[in-house]
Design a protein around this ligand. Structure first.
Ligand code: HXC
Length: 303
């Protein structure tokens, strides 16, 4: 973090590729905007003139995102929100209208995921992923859509999915089921709500390094190298690239595009996504990962 409390993210806040006022007058709500790709998108939209609302479970992260935006002269607010909860989602949308008087763009970015042998997943493990990804996206989209339709205002929804929404993927099964549901929601509502001037699209990023995803999904440095080599373009994606695509899809640059998903993965899914390779991992790999998690939870100070 820089001395002024801002978080440097090369390329993300540089609006030169786009007119600097591309999103001026727009209000964008980003779920999961306190960290990772959500934070980067919040920074980018603010750099392009939007007012930004961020929601997630951790107040400290949200404060950092908003502090960085306001330190650069932008306008950003936050509200602690667990998107698993429908009334919390409605409250986040209400708060956006109270703070800014409008909402133009919703970015469904909140997610949860971890690697597991599916036959060993607990009910709660399954539910925590599906409730965050699918229920959360549904509740947020419905809450925003209700406001837009009632107010006769156009709207724009961008959801972050994964290419395994259509291929499936070994060892991330709840996430794959939930992301497939988000894609179905995107395509369904693109038709149902087109008459209200509401567009819905999705981005399916391949691996883009973030602490949250890496810690949970990149199973060691050998797996990381293999994952990178496996990608036809030979590298992981960057936050700036994701923000470029998100900018196009949330802005009027894509005013005739709806119901689409754009893969941004260096060609990865065409050769089979990385998680599929985990099927060849021996039982010892899973046992040692499960033991590491048990030991981390034993050593965690009790609340
Ligand atoms: C098995 C696990 C587990 C693991 C959690 N659980 N981690 N089971 N293996 N590694 C189980 C727990 O035992 C518990 O069930 C249940 O899941 C809920 O766990 P909690 O830790 O209590 O829940 P919570 O604090 O709400 O954490 C939610 C989470 C966590 C989803 C489990 O991973 C999280 O907060 N993730 C947010 C960030 C994230 O995942 N980012 C990556 C997104 S990447 P029991 O039965 O014990 O109660 C992505 C796309 C990637 O989505 C695409 C790349 C190409």
């Amino acid at each position: 973090m820089a001395d002024d409390g801002t978080v440097p993210l090369p390329g993300v806040v540089d609006p030169l590729r786009f007119p600097g006022d591309l999103l001026r007058g727009k209000v964008v709500l980003v779920t999961g905007g306190g960290s990772g790709l959500g934070r980067s998108m919040a920074y980018r939209f603010a750099a392009l003139g939007a007012k930004v609302m961020v929601g997630s479970r951790k107040e400290e992260n949200l404060r950092t995102t908003c502090g960085s935006i306001t330190a650069r002269g932008g306008d950003a607010r936050w509200k602690v929100t667990d998107v698993k909860n429908a009334s919390a989602c409605r409250a986040l949308v209400d708060e956006t209208y109270s703070a800014f008087g409008r909402l133009d763009i919703l970015v469904n970015n909140s997610a949860g995921n971890f690697l597991a042998r599916t036959e060993r997943l607990s009910e709660n493990g399954y539910r925590s992923i599906v409730a965050t990804v699918l229920d959360g996206t549904f509740f947020m989209t419905q809450a925003a859509g209700q406001r837009w339709i009632e107010g006769n205002a156009p709207g724009n929804v961008l959801s972050i999915v994964a290419t395994y929404a259509w291929t499936g993927a070994a060892h991330v099964v709840p996430s794959a089921c939930a992301k497939a549901g988000v894609l179905a929601l995107t395509r369904s509502l693109a038709v149902e709500w087109a008459k209200h001037g509401i567009r819905l699209n999705a981005i399916a990023p391949g691996p883009v390094p973030t602490p949250g995803a890496w810690e949970r999904l990149i199973a060691g440095s050998a797996f990381e190298s293999a994952a990178k080599e496996h990608i036809p373009l030979g590298r992981f994606g960057t936050h700036a690239e994701l923000c470029d695509l998100a900018t196009v899809l949330v802005s009027d640059l894509s005013s005739y595009i709806t119901g689409q998903v754009v893969a941004m993965d260096g060609g990865e899914w065409l050769v089979g996504n990385t998680f599929q390779q985990l099927r060849t991992m021996p039982p010892e790999f899973w046992e040692s990962m499960e033991e590491a998690r048990r030991s981390a939870s034993r050593n965690r100070p009790s609340a």
